[in-house]
Every structure is written in C-alpha cells, then in structure tokens.
Design a protein around this ligand. Structure first.
Ligand SMILES: Cc1cc2nc3c(=O)[nH]c(=O)nc-3n(C[C@H](O)[C@H](O)[C@H](O)COP(=O)(O)OP(=O)(O)OC[C@H]3O[C@@H](n4cnc5c(N)ncnc54)[C@H](O)[C@@H]3O)c2cc1C
Length: 433
C-alpha cells in the first residue's frame, strides 16, 4: 500500500488534464488536479472547433450535456490579397454525421463542464495555484509536485500544462521548442444575434461555419486567420509564427495584423455591428510530429499540448481531439500501472503503446512533412493570393474590349511566376499532405 497523498496528480485542467482526471477517478483512483487558473478554462483558448470523435469515446452523451456552440456544417477556406478574397465554401450532409461531426466551443464554459465531470467522478481540485516543479524520490522517480509552499505526493503525475510546457522542460528535461516550431495566437470574440450569424453564413438554425484564411491576414508571415461561428458570437483571430518576431524581423506586429484583418473587405462585413466581448492570446505548437518530446517517464506522463500534440494543416486545425484522447490514454495507462504495482517508465509504457496505436501519433506522423514545407513556402503567404486575384480578375472582368480566350488571359499570369516552378511547388504541397 502506497503512502503517497494521491494515486494520481494531474497538472492543468484543459481538455487533456480534465479528461485524464475524469477517467482515472471513474476507475476508482484518488486524483488531485492542480490548475493555475482561478477556475478551469480561465486561461485557455482555442480557435475553435473540436472534432467530436475523441470526446464521444469518453462521454457518449456529450451532445446533450456539453456546452457546445454550433455544429459545424460549412467549411470555408479563403485566400486574401490586400484587396481581394477568393473563398471555397463547402457543405455536405457527411460533415454532420455522428462520429465525423465537429462543434464550435468557447473554452471558458467548455473547460468548466469538463472539470465538473471530473469532480463528479471524484477528482479533487485546487485552483488558483501553479505547480512550480515536479519532485523526485531518492531513486529519481517523479513522486509528486511542488505548488507554492506545498509538496504533494502521488504515484503518478500527469503533466497536462498546455503548449507553454515549462514543467516538461524544467523538471523532465524535454527540449525547449524552437521559435519556428511555435506560433502566437490572438483572438477576439464578437457578440452577434444568432439569426444574423445564420443569415451572414447562410446556415440553418443551430448550425455553423468554420473559416480559415491565408495570405494578407499575416502580412506574408507563416500563419493564417480563423473564424468560427458560436451560438450568438463569432470567434475571430489569427496565428503567426514567432520566429520572425524572435529575430526582430516582424514588419507588422501581431496585434496590428489582427486590426488590419478585421478591416479587410472579406472580414469587416461579417463582424459589422458586432461588439467585441472578449480577447485573448495563447501560444500554439506548430512543429507537428517532429517536435513531440518524450512523454513517458518514471512516475510521470505528458499529455495534450504539453506533448506538442497539435496540427495545423492550413485547411484544418486539430489539438483538442488529440488532447482529449491523450488525456484518456494517459489515465488508462496510469490506472493499469497502479493496478500492477509498477509506476516506473516500464510500468507506464502502456501510454506509449496506446498512443502509437491510435490516430494521435499516426495522424501526426502522416503529416510530419507539412510544417517544414509551410515554413519554406513563403509564396503561399505573399504572391499566390495575388496570383489568384489576377487569375479571377482575368476571368470575371469585362471592359468592352474584345476578349482573348481564357487560356491566353490566364497563362501569362502563371508563366510570369514560372509555370514549372509553380507546378512543382503544388506537387510537393500535395505530397506533404
Ligand atoms: C489560436 C488557437 C487556435 C486554435 N484552434 C484550434 C481549433 O480550432 N481546434 C482544435 O482542436 N485545436 C485548436 N487549437 C489548439 C487547442 O487549443 C489545444 O490543442 C488544446 O487546448 C490543448 O489542450 P490541453 O489540455 O493540452 O492544454 P490547455 O488547454 O492549454 O490546458 C492547459 C491547462 O494547464 C494549466 N496550467 C499550465 N501550467 C500550469 C502549472 N504549472 N500548474 C497548474 N496548471 C497549469 C493552464 O492554466 C490550462 O488550464 C488552437 C490553439 C490556439 C492557440
């Protein structure tokens, strides 16, 4: 019988931490969650839309219980030059099918709901205090946390501290992410009545749209804009790499990018008459599979963004479903290790096995080349949106002069960028996806 204060301590109550706490408490383990925010969700941020499959595995009735905003049934991808927009707008019944569905969420209410589920299952919570370090026993195994004046012990610590993974770096020795692997996200939420949102996005009542932008929104830097419709608000923001800012070479600061983005002709009409009710900023990891650190240690596991489980493919952003699934798998492996009486790295190896066998590691591995490809693809953020504008202007404008065949109008636009160069770049992009 262990004399530790708890079987499991979870650091952080985001998607990963709260789900880990819920699963472990449901399995009958004593669980303490330490959350630095005054309440779960106080400091958290997402775009954001959650793909529901991972949530459904843990909470089969989440659709009835969770504070979801809208079911996302419309996908839009927009290319912006400073004065033009080309948008693909897609909807289909399949996007709404159970298991493939996704929902916009606001992290304040959503994370509080997750924390309530964990508490109802028996997990204890301490909020408003940060874990400063993990403590180790004489043999070097992680055996608890130090938070303020307190040292609290546990057989297993699940580190779910999010993308700013200081404990993972300081106490577990994982490497500090490089500037090109991290981005900064800024977001504002605009209140707008539900019927106006439905009219502006042409969606049925209760349904919503997700929109990703590339080009002028980040002023040529790697990154992009995002927009998600909530019940009676719109989440609007952008993500931009920190590498140019870190090098002191950012020509436009991120806050100014957001101001200009809001005034862009593609965006201003969407938020016209809406009142800003919230703004936030957060780090996000963008390096994908190649920046996943070690996540199984003697007495400790790392889950969610703390393990850099996030993916931005340009047409979709995923992190919350990885966080939910990795939190669940960390808890299952911790419970298994506790039951077998071995919470060393070998005893906790079930976490790595589960992760490797799941969509989490497999999806991140499949798209491992994409982040590096994006970093080098500066034309996607600068010249391609202009090229697209020129192509569509050539196609749609009529000025009364005799028109040349469409091919003769479009080819020079592509040729001046190098036909083969452009085709090769596209081929490489497709193969990285
Ligand atoms: C701008 C932006 C847009 C995004 N859009 C999307 C999207 O549309 N869809 C999607 O799936 N993902 C999106 N993501 C990614 C997604 O938000 C993350 O993958 C997800 O939040 C990870 O959950 P988590 O539980 O691992 O970490 P977090 O949600 O960050 O939770 C970590 C928790 O740990 C707490 N904590 C941190 N340090 C300590 C400490 N020392 N002691 C105690 N508590 C601590 C924090 O307060 C927080 O509550 C986006 C991210 C950003 C920044």
């Amino acid at each position: 019988m262990s004399d530790a204060d708890f079987d499991i301590i979870v650091v952080g109550s985001g998607c990963a931490g709260a789900v880990a706490a819920y699963v472990a408490a449901e399995a009958g383990k004593s669980v303490l969650v330490v959350e630095r925010g005054n309440y779960a969700g106080a400091k958290n941020m997402t775009g954001g839309r959650i793909y529901s499959h991972a949530l459904k595995q843990v909470f089969p009735n989440f659709e009835e219980e969770a504070p979801l905003e809208r079911k996302i049934t419309h996908e839009r991808i927009a290319m912006l030059s400073p004065d033009s927009e080309m948008t693909i707008d897609f909807t289909s019944a399949e996007l709404a099918e159970e298991g493939k569905d996704s929902y916009s969420v606001l992290r304040g209410p959503f994370d509080q709901w997750l924390a309530e589920k964990a508490e109802a299952a028996g997990a204890e919570y301490i909020c408003g205090i940060a874990v400063e370090e993990l403590i180790r026993d004489g043999a070097g195994k992680v055996c608890g946390v130090r938070a303020g004046e307190d040292e609290i012990t546990a057989e297993v610590v699940i580190v779910a501290e999010g993308a700013n993974a200081l404990l993972s770096e300081r106490s577990l020795g994982n490497p500090r992410p490089k500037p090109h692997e991290m981005a900064v996200g800024v977001k504002e939420v605009f209140g707008l009545p539900a019927d106006r949102i439905e009219d502006r996005f042409l969606v049925p009542e209760g349904e919503g749209a997700a929109m990703l932008f590339v080009g002028d929104c980040t002023k040529g830097q790697v990154g992009g804009g995002f927009l998600y419709t909530n019940k009676d608000s719109i989440s609007l923001g952008l993500v931009a790499t920190v590498s140019t800012a870190a090098a002191g070479a950012n020509p436009v600061p991120v806050y100014q990018m957001l101001e200009d983005f809001k005034n862009h002709p593609a965006v201003a009409p969407i938020i016209r008459g809406a009142k800003m009710v919230e703004h936030s900023g957060h780090m996000v990891s963008e390096g994908g599979y190649n920046m996943i650190p070690t996540y199984t240690f003697d007495g400790a596991l790392v889950a969610g963004d703390a393990a850099m489980l996030c993916m931005n493919l340009g047409y979709m952003v995923r992190g919350m479903d990885f966080a939910v699934a990795s939190g669940r798998m960390a808890a299952e492996a911790a419970v298994e290790a506790l039951d077998s009486g071995d919470t060393s790295a070998a005893g906790l190896a079930g976490y790595q096995r589960r992760m490797e066998d799941s969509f989490v590691i497999q999806d991140l591995r499949t798209f491992s080349k994409w982040p590096h490809f994006m970093e080098e693809w500066d034309t996607m953020f600068t010249d391609y949106p202009v090229m697209v504008k020129e192509v569509f202007n050539a196609m749609f404008s009529v000025d009364g002069q005799p028109q040349q065949p469409l091919r003769k109008r479009i080819m020079p636009i592509v040729k001046k960028r190098g036909l083969i160069k452009t085709a090769m770049k596209m081929k490489k992009a497709v193969s990285a996806l």
